[in-house]
Write a protein that binds this ligand. Sequence first.
Ligand SMILES: Cc1ncc(C[n+]2csc(CCOP(=O)(O)OP(=O)(O)O)c2C)c(N)n1
Ligand SMILES: [Mg+2]
Length: 319
Amino acid sequence: MTRTRPLTDLEILARMWLIRAFEEKVSELYAAGKVAGLIHLGIGQEGSAVGTCAALRRGDYAFGTHRSHAHAIAKGADLRRLMAEIAGRSTGYCKGKGGSMHISAPEVGFVTATGVVAGNIPLALGAALTSVTRDEDRISVAFFGDGAGQSGPFHESLNIAALWNLPVVLVCENNGYVEFSPLSAHTVVERLADYASVYSIPAVTVDGGDVLAVRDAVTEAVDRARGGGGPSFVEVLTHRLRGHYEGDPARYRTLSEREEWKRKDPVARFARHLAESGVPPGSLDDVEAAARTRVAVTAEQALADPPADPAGVTGDVYV
Ligand SMILES: Cc1ncc(C[n+]2csc(CCOP(=O)(O)OP(=O)(O)O)c2C)c(N)n1
Ligand SMILES: [Mg+2]
């Protein structure tokens, strides 16, 4: 497989803005009643999605969660088909039948997202095994939250990934919350990377507010997987700036916590970093403006598309 050119810093910022603008648009459409269903936004977690996917090739496999718009966009999904899927349009990736939690963009290696917490980790292992048996040189990535760490499939997957030396990178987005309660209400284990050592899987914990730190950590893991070194675990410490789902009043979070998280916003932080390294503020503003314009046009097009066809509800189902 051909090596993809590494993204420039401005391209990384552009991807982060595209995701932020896209998700803010989804939030706006949801509030206006133009998008239905349960919507989980990853606003504040862009550093993880973009940093990880910046280390991947187009042909590598990625598997997402219930909070995966960012992962799909970072992997290169088509914005219009993604928005159409979320808005239940027939032009969506799954003909509008999957919605926000069941995105799939196979042409860019984003195999699927799933609403089943930890359910995607064994799937990512399956893709990694396929890659090995077909001698394809594709690695596989599973994104999952801190809530997955208390589940059976998580531990079974770590065990098998290590035992079979699979080319898989396990990216844990530890935002400290599992639905409406803090991680400490679910487990005494604070750092999910600690689980990896039990299975002899190399692990690292990185600051998800630093997109380049995430990219570098995942690059090391990807190189290990491609080189035959087996699985790695990357724990990304992150924050979600919205509630668990759109409409969640998030009363379980204090004002000071919210303020602190906003200060750590990975998009603003990376823009500040580029400004400090000499990129003219005008060009940084242009990146944000271009993302917002592109998303606005895309959303308008997607919403003009026909809704999902009820007659097709039993189609594309395998028995
Ligand atoms: C197997 C399973 N159990 C429970 C749920 C309900 N549920 C939906 S999201 C969620 C919390 C997930 O928390 P985490 O993995 O930390 O991801 P985050 O929402 O923080 O991104 C739960 C328990 C589910 N979807 N699947
Ligand atoms: Mg969480």
